[in-house]
Design a binder for this molecule. Structure first.
Ligand code: SF4
Length: 399
């Protein structure tokens, strides 16, 4: 592709349209760096029409960087009252102080330097640098992303940072070297007035219609692709590797839900400090002969992340001897505190899973929900399906 030629075609069509159709906005009349900065910050999260009067009043009271840097908080906050997102104006004040102290009162002239100032991100830095200083750098906001997605039939999620990078590269190849600020403002206007969001774009009025892939295919409304990522739930848990030197305790998960019917190591919700963990286990009637902290582990499911911490717990052999161990009804699977020993023998069911048959009436552990079993360590690998989520802990169980 002849990028240079492309640049000229895109720029020429766009700028011809812009000079004929552009919106008349107060900050465009005298685009000094300060004016562009104030307007771009105000325009974040706020409609153009609402910004006009705020912009006029702000400049009347604080006409330059020095005035803003020297203003009392009560003054600039009052001028911002009603615009919301007050961190914007606080950051502007901080940046003004930095400009006075470190840049001799001159707003830096490159997007790179501008981005170092408080409250100025890549979009605002590019807008100021291109409009006020003529740096050919695209200022990619939601409007430019949407136009890019429709122009190229991009299937990328526009909420992904990587899509913004693609759009920046695409615009960088096409931005006018002679009038980069006008180019950026032209695409902003195109997005705001022609290539409309959430509705059919007005392609008949678009200067780029002949170059637009989605328009050529009649698929304008399929773009942009927007996939909101739902925030994953995080569940913290404490995993116990309870053993007597010969055997290790497993618990069978419920028959429905996540990892249904699989075996796991007993665990409790939350990250328990050692003393809390010890008290929990002792309350279950276990006699703890030794206890040590295990490495933390994490497992990602599609909708939830487990953040695990763990303890290796050595108990007296008689605590597990021949036991069919039952957990309590509580979700966090408790041992009961009954202090009665039991005996039994190990059996395998049809699925190859083993259990310890015993006199449950006399079990140290009792309950009415999940079954807890103590299995020989070497059997763990062969006969029990412990989910990969517990791999870090399973590997610590030495036969
Ligand atoms: S042709 Fe239509 S879809 Fe394509 S950029 Fe223009 S307005 Fe948007």
């Amino acid at each position: 592709m002849d990028t240079k030629k492309d640049t000229k075609i895109y720029s020429r069509l766009l700028l011809d349209w812009y000079y004929a159709e552009r919106r008349i906005l107060p900050w465009r009349e005298d685009p000094t760096p300060y004016h562009v900065w104030i307007s771009e910050i105000m325009l974040q999260q706020t409609r153009v029409e609402a910004v006009k009067e705020y912009y006029r009043r702000f400049l009347e009271a604080l006409p330059d960087v020095r005035a803003l840097a020297e203003a009392e908080e009560s003054e600039y906050m009052k001028l911002w009252e009603g615009l919301g997102y007050y961190s914007r104006v606080r950051n502007m004040h901080k940046a003004a102080v930095v400009i006075m102290e470190e840049h001799g009162g001159q707003i830096p002239g490159t997007s790179q330097e501008l981005e170092k100032l408080p409250g100025i991100g890549s979009y605002t830095a590019a807008a100021i640098a291109s409009i006020a200083f003529g740096e050919p750098v695209p200022s990619v906001d939601g409007n430019l992303l949407r136009v890019f997605a429709r122009m190229t039939c991009s299937r990328q999620n526009i909420l992904d940072g990587s899509t913004k990078k693609l759009a920046e590269t695409w615009y960088q190849e096409r931005i006018s070297r002679e009038a980069p600020g006008d180019f950026n403002q032209a695409v902003m206007d195109l997005g705001a007035t022609v290539c409309l969001p959430n509705t059919a774009p007005l392609c008949l009025l678009c200067p780029w219609a002949e170059l637009c892939e989605s328009h050529a295919a009649g698929r304008e409304l399929e773009f942009p692709v927007r996939i909101k990522k739902t925030k994953k739930k995080v569940e913290k848990m404490t995993v116990f590797l309870i053993g007597d030197g010969q055997r290790i305790v497993l618990r069978r998960r419920p028959e429905t839900g996540l990892l249904a019917g699989l075996y796991e190591f007993p665990n409790a919700p939350g990250h328990l400090a050692e003393q809390e963990a010890r008290e929990r286990l002792m309350a279950y009637g276990l006699r703890i002969a030794g206890m040590k902290k295990l490495p933390a582990a994490k497992h990602l499911f599609s909708h939830v992340t487990w953040q695990m911490e763990g303890y290796q717990v050595e108990v007296a052999p008689e605590d597990l001897a021949g036991a069919e161990i039952r957990a309590g009804a509580q979700k966090d699977a408790v041992f009961s505190a009954e202090q009665v020993s039991c005996s039994g023998e190990q059996n395998h069911d049809e699925s190859g899973r083993s259990s310890i048959k015993g006199n449950t009436q006399n079990s140290r552990f009792s309950g009415d929900a999940d079954r807890w079993i103590a299995v020989a360590r070497e059997e763990l690998e062969n006969n029990y399906t412990v989910p990969a989520a517990f791999d870090v802990y399973r590997k610590l169980v030495k036969p």
